[in-house]
Design a protein around this ligand. Sequence first.
Ligand code: ADP
Ligand code: MG
Length: 293
Amino acid sequence: ATPTAIMVGTGRAAEAGVLFRDGAALQALRGVRLVALDKTGTLTQGRPSLTGAATVEGLAEDEALRLAAGLEGRSEHPLARAIVAAAQGRGLTLAEANGFEAVEGFGVAGRVEGRAVAVGALRYLDRLGVARDPALVARAEADAREGASPVHLVLDGRHVAALAVADPVRPGAREAVASLRARGLAVAMVTGDDPATARRVAADLGIEEVAAGVLPGGKAEAVRRFRAAHGPVAFVGDGVNDAPALAEADVGLAIGTGTDIAVESADVVLMGAAPGALIEAFALSRAVMANIR
Ligand code: ADP
Ligand code: MG
């Protein structure tokens, strides 16, 4: 690989919206055997919306949503934004929260109108020592099989509601996965989300390898595991919790509209339509490296 060819290659890539930090990243991409992708915000649009709500008897759906949104108004998580938007869309006045606490990878907790409220994943209930309501769990599992993310509400130590939040996949994501596989690459999805949700989204996209329910920090560990099984790994992500995996991967590719820390941790930044730019990155790396040898 001559320096000139690499310079030309990275220049051409930049025109196509693929920013390589250096020539080494362009060369490393050629050796990649497996591409691992974050789900939320990378394979999906990252603009989730509320698609369902189930509550225990005696609790109105709007009341559950109002309390959950009161707490989620303090959170930056995409699921939180969907819940707040849904409450506002119904014209509900958000309850005020204090003593707010975000438990990364689990959910959020605090006091709303003097009541103890927690919102998050099913495993958050276990962590809090809150008994699962079997009917709500069944409803959440059904939502997850449809590809929605379940969000559970705990009120004064009781499991009282299961909300469903769906995030459509990005246009072109399925085609991008097919194109990667046509290049002989293995493709995997890595997410902190519910395993049933992840399996459904992966199946819709044609991805057969899934690491779900991954705790913060676990994504980098997943990259090491994939490397041991397949060889060099590219990781594609956008979130704060993707930064360690982007740094750990042989090539880290960040979505340009992602968080600052993801972009800073990456070797390649994908501007424009993410799935298309990813394919462009692989195509350019192959073209350049083939020409120069
Ligand atoms: P990811 O972005 O891959 O889903 P996170 O670590 O951000 O991973 O979150 C993991 C899981 O924790 C989420 O899928 C969700 O179930 C739960 N969670 C985290 N924060 C919140 C929140 N603010 N509201 C509801 N659920 C949350
Ligand atoms: Mg993400």
